[in-house]
Design a protein around this ligand. Structure first.
Ligand code: ADP
Ligand code: MG
Ligand code: ZN
Length: 479
């Protein structure tokens, strides 16, 4: 049957590492990138006889995430042991939450080309991350790094509400943006602090029951999620079309071959032999505590967008792009304050900065320069020190090796030539070298002026003040 005869059903389990300073059950730091096994202690290394102590911040952050996604907060929550064996999990169990997650029954509203839609959030629970296996090609073995063991996570489980890849993409971006706004996770996908398990099934249009699902684990880039889903949906359709059945299994997406591979059969809850964690007390939250967390929530993307529409009169589209990331909108507000020209800052972010982020698959939070430097770039253009085409080169420098834009242009000799005498010399030189263009201009071909200005820009490597150039060319040509 053709693709149109099937409906795709997807559900997501997103893991976000919380940006608490210390781990969930010990006081080891959580920072990323340290030398292997330097951020460990007997507790997170699972030495016998050690006892966990729950980090209060983890509960606060999870409740924040729950409130920001319209969840009910469970006042009587607890931790449970999820038992499984894997070399990156030295306790042979993960402390997680089973039947009493901190948050449940929420939703997130997403926007797609078909309009708005609510995606249900089944639950949000807290748990500890596992360590990491580094495969060592030299020895043929694997080395265990436990720095990540015990880093706090929230797992956000959605309802199987997605019906298109676009909805999945939009949800992930929205969820990431919400977590960034409330500052509970840095959501750096390349560092694995925001990763998704993607559950996929298909059914014939009109069918009541869901089809059997497969699960692709630990996806950490928007692009590979889209690619993987395109592949997996088609694979399932092909299997069913050829009379086969989908088996419930865990898949691994391989970026290089662009295919999914079976990792293992799916485990059920009973395989994990969950039971209440005996070494931790129950988590009891008061109404007052929950209200305090509620009151600490910052301005969220929607209200910020609304404010941009009213305060700055930005277009719906621009305001949407800026507020899609807290980092981008902070950059916008701070840089605008520095230079006082929010229109220019908006333009830089919407056009050149967004383009570079796209091309390099960089996350806004990884932008290497700060708001002060962007603001200064705008000032240098506004006061005529550099042209906007030189400005683009300065921006590239800011991405490469961020420093004060003024230092950049001095170092590179990019200061705009605004001296009338100097520009006049160039104008005369270009006119002399291009007699045909002068004739063309006099014959009414306005394009010739553009050509001459272009030649002068080339001659000065983009440094001539364009308004002055235009003015002086016109004066000479009309003589
Ligand atoms: P587990 O923890 O075993 O992976 P859950 O039952 O909690 O399982 O479901 C995990 C995710 O799978 C949820 O996000 C849910 O929405 C999604 N899901 C469940 N059934 C289906 C299905 N038939 N097709 C697609 N997604 C599904
Ligand atoms: Mg799962
Ligand atoms: Zn520790």
């Amino acid at each position: 049957m053709a693709k149109e005869n099937y409906e795709v059903v997807m559900g997501l389990e997103v893991h976000a590492e919380l940006s608490t300073k210390t781990k969930i059950f010990c006081s080891c730091p959580t920072s990323f990138g340290a030398a292997p096994n330097t951020q460990v202690c007997p507790i997170c290394m699972a030495m016998p006889g050690t006892l966990p102590v729950l980090n209060e911040k983890v509960v606060e952050y999870a409740v924040k995430a729950g409130l920001a996604t319209n969840c009910e907060i469970e006042k009587n929550s607890k931790n449970d042991r999820k038992n499984y064996f894997y070399p990156d999990l030295p306790k042979a169990y993960q402390i997680s939450q089973y039947d009493k997650p901190l948050c449940k029954n929420g939703y997130i509203e997403i926007e797609t080309s078909k309009g708005k839609k609510k995606i249900g959030i089944t639950r949000i629970h807290i748990e500890e991350d596992a360590g990491k296996l580094n495969h060592d090609d030299l020895s043929g073995g694997a080395l265990v790094d436990l720095n990540r063991a015990g880093v706090p996570l929230i797992e956000i489980v959605s309802e199987p509400d997605f019906r298109s890849i676009e909805e999945v993409d939009s949800y992930l971006k929205k969820l990431k943006s919400i977590l960034e706004y409330i500052e509970v996770s840095d959501c750096k996908m390349q560092e694995g602090s925001f990763r998704a398990d993607v559950n996929t099934s298909i059914r014939q249009i009109g069918a009541k029951e869901f089809g059997t699902r497969t699960e692709m684990k630990n996806m950490n880039s928007f692009r590979s999620i889209t690619r993987a889903l395109e592949y997996e949906i088609q694979r399932q359709i092909d299997v069913v079309d050829n009379g086969g059945i989908i088996t419930q299994e865990t898949l691994r997406w391989d970026e290089v071959s662009g295919k999914t591979f079976s990792m293992r059969d799916k485990e059920d809850a009973q395989d994990y032999r969950y039971f209440p964690e005996p070494d931790l007390v129950a988590i009891n939250l008061s109404e007052e505590y929950i209200n305090n967390v509620k009151n600490s929530l910052p301005e969220m993307p929607e209200s910020r967008k609304q404010r941009y529409l009213e305060e700055y009169k930005l277009s719906e589209k621009d305001a949407g792009i800026l507020t899609s990331s807290k980092y981008l909108s902070d950059l916008f507000e701070k840089a605008s304050k520095v230079c006082g020209n929010y229109k220019a800052v908006n333009n830089w972010i919407i056009s050149d900065i967004s383009r570079i982020l796209n091309e390099t698959e960089m996350d806004p939070i990884e932008i290497p320069f700060d708001a002060n430097q962007l603001g200064k770039l705008v000032i240098l253009i506004d006061n005529g020190t550099i042209s906007s085409s030189i400005g683009k080169k300065v921006l590239e420098e800011l991405f490469e090796n961020p420093r004060d834009p003024e230092d950049i242009i001095k170092e590179k000799g990019w200061i705009q030539i605004s001296d009338e005498g100097a520009i006049k010399e160039i104008v005369l030189k270009i006119i002399e070298a291009n007699p045909q263009s002068v004739i063309d201009f006099k014959a009414g071909k306005d394009r010739a002026l553009g050509f001459l200005v272009g030649q002068a820009m080339k001659e000065t490597k983009g440094k001539a003040n364009p308004q002055l150039l235009n003015k002086l060319f016109l004066e000479e040509l009309k003589k």
